[in-house]
Design a protein around this ligand. Structure first.
Ligand SMILES: Nc1ncnc2c1ncn2[C@@H]1O[C@H](COP(=O)(O)OP(=O)(O)O)[C@@H](O)[C@H]1O
Ligand SMILES: [Mg+2]
Length: 248
């Protein structure tokens, strides 16, 4: 098969919207992120893949400027802004929103209270009506204690909360973990809507096939380094790559 004809080219003309350039980060003396680089265009979805322990979560935390692991060298740029010089609250203010694996839904608060609490900068993020328009399940449950919802609904709330803040780069750490396929499809639909609005997303997933079918490009990590970078569709076509790094 003619791969060039089968795969739509990814656009690498002009400056990237988001760039990671040779980042190195450490938990104490443990050297974990060992020189990772990649680019994303505005409005793209990038799948960040690799086996357990490859460094995916550590890379997302480094991008969000969380102190652990500590970034010791390299650069991170979002829309011309030097994220590598920022603290985590500054990165968040710039629009980098990390949805961690545990989702951090606040117990004892309703869905709506969780969203209101996320609207830290009035006017920056989405209004509640706009959020509910994209998340009908959350609209139905707006008065419900958020932690009593299903895992899928809590994941939707975690994504909605990122939209309630100012969102330019969405970082998702294993959003499909523990969710039924039908719920995964519902979340995929929301992520495609977010993509349609021009928001850029990096998705980390053990369910590589689900992440890749949504994504424009893919980066595969192996022990803290980039083992592959290229179009997401090429990974699905490449059996060697899938077997070696993704166990699929
Ligand atoms: N808080 C920590 N302190 C020390 N080492 C850690 C810490 N968190 C993760 N690691 C190590 O960093 C490596 C990468 O972990 P992680 O980024 O969580 O991988 P992934 O998300 O790809 O499964 C692993 O070897 C892991 O043991
Ligand atoms: Mg992880």
């Amino acid at each position: 098969m003619d791969r060039a004809a089968a795969t739509p080219p990814i656009d690498d003309t002009g400056p990237a919207f988001f760039s990671v350039k040779d980042i190195h980060s450490y938990y104490g003396e443990s050297y974990i992120v060992q020189g990772i680089s990649f680019d994303v265009r505005e409005g793209e979805i990038l799948a960040l893949l690799g086996r357990n322990g490859a460094g995916k979560t550590s890379t997302l935390r480094t991008i969000a400027r969380i102190d652990t692991p500590a970034l010791r060298s390299g650069e991170i740029w979002l829309d011309g802004q030097p994220v590598h010089t920022m603290r985590s609250f500054e990165a968040a203010r710039l629009g980098i929103q990390l949805v961690p694996e545990d989702r951090r839904i606040i117990s004892g608060l309703t869905v709506e209270e969780n969203l209101i609490l996320a609207q830290v900068a009035p006017g920056a993020g989405w209004e509640l009506d706009r959020i509910y328009g994209h998340f009908p399940r959350l609209a139905e449950r707006r008065k419900q204690d958020a932690v009593t919802m299903s895992g899928g609904e809590q994941q939707m709330l975690a994504i909605a909360r990122a939209l309630a803040r100012d969102l330019k780069l969405l970082l998702l750490d294993e959003p499909y973990e523990g969710l039924a396929p039908v719920i995964v499809q519902e979340i995929e639909k929301i992520l495609m809507e977010i993509r349609g609005l021009g928001i850029t997303t990096i998705i980390v997933e053990q369910n590589a096939v689900a992440a890749l079918r949504l994504s424009d490009r893919a980066v595969i990590l192996d022990t803290g380094e980039v083992a592959y970078t290229g179009p997401a569709k090429d990974v699905l076509d490449n059996a060697d790559l899938r077997h070696e790094y993704l166990a699929i």
